[in-house]
Design a protein around this ligand. Structure first.
Ligand code: PGA
Length: 254
């Protein structure tokens, strides 16, 4: 894919919200409110069925990328209800979320499956946004690093060694997602440091520095700038606040 990702990356994950008509209405308002900036990347992850409407709405906007929220790792076949990376690519997605905590915790996705999804995405020319994050219990048990590294290792072990320039990572503490309790900039900096150090062990310092690591979890217009300014935070992955065009336009400009 020719899409170059520029940091910061401001990504909206709509989850199971907004059909095609809602997507059209959202972009009419969002594009009005958000000033194009070639030095950052804005991404949206609508429901797959709303991808075409989103694509039509942003046709003129090279600064905005579209992705899907999940894929199956197989290319095609008898997997009722699933979509593959190739299908997503044919529908003009250029990126895909992998291992979002809702996929892991509600749908039982394993580290190994997340790795396979990242590999499938890369093979189809999509950029995977590999999500990692600890639960509150794990954090309180002092397992932050252990959990993050286990989840990141599973991805790095599954993808080709030379895919480092097409990988995006997201730190999403489970306790901060949809709760209104965001990680502090210091919390985010610590976790991003853990992830970045592991990326550096595998790919070298320089390349690790180029891999965007996004923070996600209760990002709002009021905390976006502070989180984005935290050490090692290269972007934001936004759920709830990405559903509202004016709120997300503010975050995307933070
Ligand atoms: P939230 O979700 O912004 O609603 O907390 C973040 C996410 O799940 O990516």
């Amino acid at each position: 894919m020719s899409h170059r990702i520029r940091k910061p990356v401001l990504a909206g994950n709509w989850k199971m919200n907004k059909g095609p008509g809602d997507a059209t209405a959202f972009f009419a308002a969002f594009l009005n409110a958000y000033r194009r900036d070639e030095n950052r990347t804005v991404m949206f992850f609508p429901p797959a069925l709303s991808l075409a409407a989103a694509q039509a709405a942003i046709a003129e906007r090279g600064d905005i990328m579209l992705g899907v929220q999940n894929i199956h790792w197989e290319e095609n076949g008898a997997f009722t209800g699933e979509i593959s990376a190739a299908i997503a690519a044919q529908a003009n997605a250029t990126c895909v979320l992998a291992g979002h905590s809702e996929r892991r915790h509600i749908f039982g996705e394993t580290d190994e499956e997340v790795g396979r999804k990242c590999a499938a995405a890369l093979a189809a020319g999509l950029t995977p946004i590999a999500c990692a994050g600890e639960t509150l219990e794990q954090r309180e048990a002092g397992q932050l690093s252990e959990i993050l590294l286990r989840q990141l290792d599973a991805v790095m072990d599954a993808i080709p060694d030379d895919a480092d320039d097409r990988l995006v990572v997201a730190y999403e503490p489970v306790w901060a997602i949809g709760t209104g309790v965001n990680a502090t900039p210091a919390d985010a900096a610590e976790a991003h440091g853990v992830l970045r150090a592991r990326l550096a062990e595998r790919y070298g310092r320089r390349q690790a520095g180029a891999i965007p690591i996004l923070y996600g979890g209760s990002v709002k217009p009021g905390n976006a700038a502070d989180l984005l300014a935290a050490d090692g935070v290269d972007g934001l992955l936004v759920g709830g606040a990405s559903l509202e065009p004016l709120a997300f336009a503010k975050i995307a400009s933070a």
